[in-house]
Design a protein around this ligand. Structure first.
Ligand code: GLN
Length: 311
């Protein structure tokens, strides 16, 4: 498969040039820092299983990771709980928005780790004595996925914590149901800081590649999570990663992915590559408009659709 990858990806800047012409979508305005995002920003990167990384212009422009952090929080929670996280969280798609105030019927568990309720819990299941300890562990874990030292944008984290009313509501609801074990405000604080970690397209592509390569980072060579954890995470990305747009995504792109309100999309094509696009204007489901177009083209060009058998 990496042979065909080499043959087809001539120049990510060609692809970037084509998708930049798209003017649809609007930038998220849930916090001031996201509202100020540059709508013209468009960075693309591919990280292949052999450790080669290919980038377009602006692949080194950083944004806050936002919900693209959720697969990695799930991975770290599975690692740190020895898999017990699977008993504490559902894995079924919701067909609803990422911040829906809804828990699993009958259990009061979060529906899946890719919506906010789930990520509030997975961030709280990562090892650490308090908010500081869990944040440190998360930043170190994300850095291992990216093969570089990442950091939190404290202004973004502060706004997320202050203005994330629906996240506070979800954390309190899980407390009431007995499915959230840490204090509601602490849960939101850690999740807000995880969402505020800065990534560029290059880092995000390497993070996606680590999941695609059975948990082994193809750039650093580090086994970041066991193969079973990577498999579980990518499976849930496939069914829940684009929220109520997951079915449409799977049909048109056919590669497990996670979207985010900062305009990042991370892709994990098992055994082949990780990829990322960062471009802020979003569609109604909170998916980057240019990101979707770029991912459709990449998938078609590289033959990545997991359900498209060769005729
Ligand atoms: N930090 C955002 C929130 O919790 C992330 C949402 C997203 O990227 N979809 O609302």
């Amino acid at each position: 498969m990496s042979g065909s990858t080499d043959a087809h990806v001539h120049d990510l800047d060609d692809l970037r040039g084509r998708v930049r012409a798209e003017r649809g979508g609007s930038v998220d305005d849930s916090i001031p820092q996201l509202a100020q995002a540059d709508p013209d920003l468009c960075g693309l990167a591919l990280a292949l299983a052999d450790g080669t990384v290919r980038t377009s212009a602006q692949a080194d422009v950083a944004v806050s990771v936002q919900s693209a952090v959720k697969p990695f929080l799930f991975a770290l929670a599975l690692l740190d709980t020895g898999g017990d996280a699977l008993d504490r969280i559902g894995i079924e798609p919701t067909g609803e928005a990422f911040d829906a105030i809804k828990l699993e019927t009958g259990t009061g568990r979060p529906p899946n780790p890719m919506v906010n309720a789930g990520a509030l819990l997975t961030a709280s299941l990562v090892e650490g004595d308090d908010v500081e300890g869990r944040t440190e562990r998360i930043v170190a874990g994300l850095s291992a996925f990216a093969a570089r030292d990442l950091e939190v944008d404290e202004d973004v984290a502060h706004s997320e914590h202050l203005l994330g009313d629906r996240n506070h509501a979800l954390a309190h609801l899980m407390r009431a149901e007995g499915t959230m074990h840490v204090g509601a405000d602490d849960a939101v604080a850690v999740y807000a800081r995880a969402c505020a970690v800065l990534v560029d397209a290059r880092s995000l592509a390497v993070m996606g590649a680590t999941l695609a390569c059975a948990g082994r980072n193809p750039v650093s060579g580090e086994q970041v999570v066991p193969p079973r954890v990577a498999r579980d995470v990518v499976s849930v990305m496939a069914t829940c990663g684009v929220y109520d747009g997951s079915g449409r995504w799977m049909r048109s792109v056919g590669v497990p992915a996670k979207s985010s309100v900062s305009g990042g999309i991370v892709l994990s094509a098992p055994g082949v590559l990780g990829a990322a696009v960062i471009s802020p204007p979003l569609d109604a489901q909170g998916t980057s408009v240019r990101g979707r177009i770029a991912c459709e083209e990449l998938s078609a060009d590289l033959g990545l659709h997991v359900f498209a058998a060769k005729p």
